[in-house]
Design a protein around this ligand. Structure first.
Ligand code: GLY
Length: 339
């Protein structure tokens, strides 16, 4: 594999864990328990344990972080080191970005989802008023240090969530080689880095989600609505795979793609093992229950801007929603290109 293009300025892959030299640590409580040898050096830095998960990505934990930073005299010149998966990095980076208008930030993603997606590109956020990532900011970390041995202790259900994002990338770029989600999932460092590099390339072109980056939200409008409507019982990756399936079905119904292409998308997506409970929730939830969450999605104003397969590839499509009827109006392709 040609690894030249995998050199990304602010991403470091490390086989050997290195404890930070200064600053403070925000860390998933589970990592502290799983890796005491990493986090108990003789001269430990002040460390705050955080609870992971979408239901913990809230203002309450954010306030705890502000208090911790304040008690430890942290200023804008100090570095906050954040260890954890996507919900921890979203929450902690949001707190760091808003504390004294932002401190130095280094992320150490510990899950596959965070390594290939959440920790990259500077999106931060917390859930509020029942909506996903309702409060947030763009605040890229100055460095992302990926220690892939963390994946050895990651439960398979969590690995699957990261695989969902890789599956999404593989639909957006033909250059990415998606491994089989077989047991064991083969995750070489170069493979992880190739997916991370792809995301970083898109974020470099469109850091603030105006055009090309919007395509990375494929499956996310429906997916976020499902996550929030299920009170986060459906996990992010599972939800976005369902969301990509819904998007493909909608594209076919709206004549944006032919049956052959629809089947090709569905076949590709079917390699992902969506849990039965998530399918059940989707079957049992009326579409109208999803509408408030779709309308609150950050990408949407009065009309929905959905990322949909079209004859010209995956594009941003403006769609008017009929209310209260469960359905969409005709769509028009607005912007975005297959990267
Ligand atoms: N997860 C999509 C993005 O970061 O833009």
């Amino acid at each position: 594999m040609n690894t030249e293009y995998l050199k990304i300025e602010n991403i470091e892959l490390t086989a050997t864990f290195q404890y930070p030299a200064s600053g403070v640590i925000l860390c998933d409580a589970r990592l502290l328990k799983l890796y005491p040898e990493y986090f108990s050096p003789e001269e430990a830095l002040p460390t705050l344990a955080l609870k992971a998960g979408e239901t913990s990505k809230n203002l309450g934990q954010c306030l705890k972080i502000y208090e911790f930073l304040s008690e430890n005299g942290i200023g804008r010149q100090h570095t906050v080191h954040v260890f954890g998966g996507g919900t921890i990095s979203d929450l902690a980076a949001f707190a760091v970005s808003t504390f004294k208008r932002g401190c130095r930030l280094i992320l150490y993603p510990s899950t596959l989802l965070a390594m290939v997606d959440a920790a990259l590109g500077g999106k931060t956020g917390i859930n509020h008023l029942g909506y996903k990532n309702f409060l947030g900011s763009f605040y890229p970390a100055e460095k992302i240090i990926i220690h892939t041995p963390f994946l050895k202790s990651l439960p398979k259900a969590e690995l699957r969530q990261g695989y969902a994002e890789m599956l999404k990338y593989s639909l957006l770029s033909e250059d990415l080689l998606l491994p089989d989600f077989a047991s064991p999932l083969l995750l070489e460092d170069d493979l992880i880095l190739s997916f991370a590099a792809y995301k970083m390339q898109i974020c470099a072109i469109d850091p603030y989600d105006h055009k090309e980056r919007l395509l990375l939200n494929f499956g996310h409008s429906f997916g976020h609505a499902l996550e929030a409507a299920s009170q986060y019982k459906i996990k992010h990756g599972d939800a976005i795979v369902l969301g990509m399936n819904i998007a493909c079905d909608y594209s076919f119904q709206a004549d944006l793609i032919e049956e052959e292409e629809w089947n090709a998308y569905r076949d590709w997506l079917s390699q992902y093992p969506v849990p039965a409970a998530a399918f059940r929730f989707l079957d049992e939830t009326p579409f109208e229950d999803m509408i408030p969450f779709l309308l609150q999605d950050k990408k949407n104003g009065q009309e929905l801007r959905l990322i949909l397969p079209t004859e010209a590839g995956i594009k941003v499509v403006a769609v008017k929603l009929h209310q209260p009827a469960a359905g969409f109006d005709t769509s028009r392709v607005e912007q975005g290109q297959r990267p």
